[in-house]
Design a protein around this ligand. Sequence first.
Ligand code: ADP
Ligand code: ASP
Ligand code: MG
Length: 421
Amino acid sequence: MARIVVKFGGTSVASVERIRQAARHVKREVDAGHEVIVVVSAMSGKTNELVGWVNEASPMHDAREYDAVVASGEQVTAGLMAIVLSEMGIQSRSFSGWQVPIRTDGAHGAARITEIDPTELNKRLEDGWVPVITGFQGISPNGRVTTLGRGGSDTSAVAVAAAVKADRCDIYTDVDGVYTTDPRIVPKAQRLTRISFEEMLEMASLGAKVLMIRSVEMAMAYKVPLLVRSSFDDPDAPQVAPDGTPGVPGTLVCDEDEIVEKQIVSGVTLAKAEAKITLRDVKDNPGVAAAIFGTLADQGIIVDMIVQNIADDGATTDITFTVPDSEYDKAVKTLQNAGDRIEYARLSGSKGGAKVSVVGVGMRSHAGVASSMFKALADKGINIQLITTSEIKTSVLIDEQYAELAVRALHTYYGLDKKDA
Ligand code: ADP
Ligand code: ASP
Ligand code: MG
């Protein structure tokens, strides 16, 4: 008998009919003798609608009321899931975040889970119940409803799994696993049977939205094996593991040493809407980078790629960095208003960049991945504007109009295309 937390994303609970299908997956696990906790997202599109209403009511709204409104989508699906499970003869009840309780800090709209009290959940499981928990939300130290940031239900599920010491956390979504790249962009993408936590973390950070970044960080820290699988699969079909053995279908996100065949490149990711800002002839004194990026951080602007170039005279430097397109105007204004704190000659920039990255643990032991990536892009006539690397990834910033072409070219170049496609 295993203890499993199962999470259903928006498309998997998009209607009562879909909730019924999801519930059949739960029933299969219960019938197999497992203890199951369910975590649900809001119906797909619901959170966007709620965010839209809040902004319509007032663009300058109170973040605590934003959370009160947008957390409501999950309450609907949790209640409906509990009703459907009960109708199937499974003892079930819904829990809102505060009822568990799932405690978070007070950062409304982007709260971090600080503690989950497992007492009530453990008791319910021992008594044969299936608790259904609202994803995406918790309760702040002041007793207010908080939300965890978009895509946050993944994080709720992993946090609950860690708290109740579950054997596994199954993430049911609208694709049947983690692919070498977004299958909606590259139909030749292949499902990975296994991927390491580290690679998944890079892929999530670099734009693969199949799992929220924080959920992967948490799974890695608490060693919760994650299984990404499809709620669209027939719940009554025989369960076959990614490697073909009896088990469960999908992609297992696990420790690197559980992966036998290590790929040099496991995946290609794409993040659009990246803006580039360049400060020219910045006075090259100690503390200058701290002043620039400190000023931006104070405004809550998240900077991604950074490149600095020393000029020949040794007295000035050019600094280029990227921010999300949505933050571009704010970042430019912030720098222009920084006054004497930051001395530079000129500021230039543009929106509409795309960051394309290749990820793989095999890069640690293989030279030349970056250069082969640049060559593959050059062969397609794609110009590279910025480059950053880490131990297991290389990222480039290119013009957004070439984004899909670049992803497809790299996917083919590294031999990731499905053989029969
Ligand atoms: P959910 O609502 O279930 O949380 P999401 O929309 O958040 O689902 O995430 C699933 C989507 O992630 C897929 O439909 C797919 O388009 C996208 N995706 C992006 N990159 C990948 C990838 N490498 N592998 C699988 N899916 C990916
Ligand atoms: N419903 C929330 C969102 O759309 C949380 C989630 O789906 O994970 O962002
Ligand atoms: Mg999601």
